[in-house]
Design a protein around this ligand. Sequence first.
Ligand code: GLY
Length: 461
Amino acid sequence: MFPSDVYLNRRNRLRSKINNGIILLPGNCDAPMNYAGNTYHFRQDSSFLYFFGINQPDLAGVLDVDSGEDILFGNDVDMDDIIWMGPQPLMSERAALAGVRKTLPLSEILAYLNRQIKLGRRIHYLPPYRAQTTIQLSSWLGIAVDAVKNYSSEELIKGVVSLREIKDSGEITEIEAMVNVAREMHVSAMKLAKPGTIEREVAGTIEGIALQKAAGVSFPVILSINGQTLHNHYHGNIMHEGRMMVADAGCESEMNYCSDITRTVPVGGKFSPRQKSIYEIVLNANKKAIEAIKPGIFYRDVHILACTVIAEGLKELGIMKGDAGAAVAAGAHALFMPHGLGHMMGLDVHDMENLGENYVGYDHEISRSNQFGLAFLRLGKRLREGFVLTVEPGIYFIPALIDQWKQEKLHTEFIDYDKVETFKDFGGIRIEDDILVTESGCRVLGNPIPKEVSEIEAIMQ
Ligand code: GLY
C-alpha cells in the first residue's frame, strides 16, 4: 500500500467533488469457480483500491461527504479463518493503513445505510459490474436488482474519473515496474517463437513470468499465430514459418497497477519481405502516434493520424488507393484496423471501463463516433499531463470481413480488393506501448522493448 495519507487525501479530494450525501464504495467478494470453497483468484475492485488500498474481500468503504467521516465495514477473522488462513491483522489495523479510524462489522452496514436514507441523504455508488455487488447494493439500499445500475451516481462517476485519470508519481512507478516485467515476458516470447513450438508453451511461460515477477497477468494472455483475430485466447496451434506470432500481454503489481504490451514477430525469427512491408507500416503508425502525443491534443486526432499512416502505407503496397486522408475520413482503413488506437491504463488494464467508457474517454468537448472502426476508440478526449494510455495500432487481414466488404462493394474507390485477396492468408500485426503524457509531450514507459525489425531479428537469432 501507499502511505495512509495518500488514501486520506484521495478520499478528501473525492468528497470535494460531490455536493452532499454518502459515498458507498463496496469492495469485491471472492467468486466461486465451481463450488463455494474453490474460488477464482481474488481481484479487488479498483476504485475501492484507489480510495482504501486494502486488498481483501468482503469490505465496504463509506465516505460521509458532509461530516468528513470515513468508515470501513468488514469483519475481523474468527478462529476458523485463522486455522485455514493463519493469523490476520485486525480490521482496525488494516483500516489504519488506509488512514481510516472507524471500523464496523459488515453486518451493520444495512442499519447504517437505512439511517442515512431515512434522513433523506443521497447514497452515491458506482455502477456495479459483478452480480454479487449488485445483489449487495440491492439488499442494502432496497432497490430491485435489475434497477441497481440505473440509480448509480453520475456525479460520483465523474468525480472518480477526474481523480483516477491523473496518475501521480507513486502510481507511475508502479506501472513502469510492470512494463519492465512485461518486457521480460515479451523478450522471452520472442525467443520461444520457433517452428514446432505450440502457442501454449509460450503463453504459459510468459504467464509464469507474470506470476514470478509480479502478481500475475493484467488480463488473459492473447497469443496466437492467427493475429487477424484481435483477441485470440486459443493457444493450441503449432507455430510454423510464414506466420507471425502476436503476443498481447501484461501484468499487474501487488497493488494492482497494470501494464499492457503487444509485440508481433515472425515465427522462426526472420521477417519475409511481405511481413516486413506490413510490419514497417504498423511500426511507423506506432511511432508517429507517440511523437504526436502531448497535453491538449485530442486522442481521436492521434488515432486518425495513425490510421492515415496506415492508409498511406497500404496505398504504397497497392492494397488501398486514392487519397489516404479521404479514405480515413470515409472509414475505409477500418477494414484493416477495425479498433481504436488505445485506452487509458492504471488500476485496470482498460482503466475505469466499468464506470462507462464514455465517461472515461469522452467528455463535453467530444462524443464517440458511430463510424465502424472509430466507434471502437475507447479514448477520444483531450490528453492531460498524468494520463497513462496505450498506443496500439495494427493491420489485420480478416477473411470474413474482407469477404463481406467485397460483396457489399464497400469503399471500392479506396480498396483494391484483388490485391487484398492475395493477403487473406497473412494474419495480423499489432504493436503496443504504454505511454505517460508529460508536461510537454510524452514518455514511453519502461525500458525499451524491441520493436525495430533489426532488433527483433537479433533477439530471435
Ligand atoms: N491488450 C488487451 C486489450 O487492450 O484489450
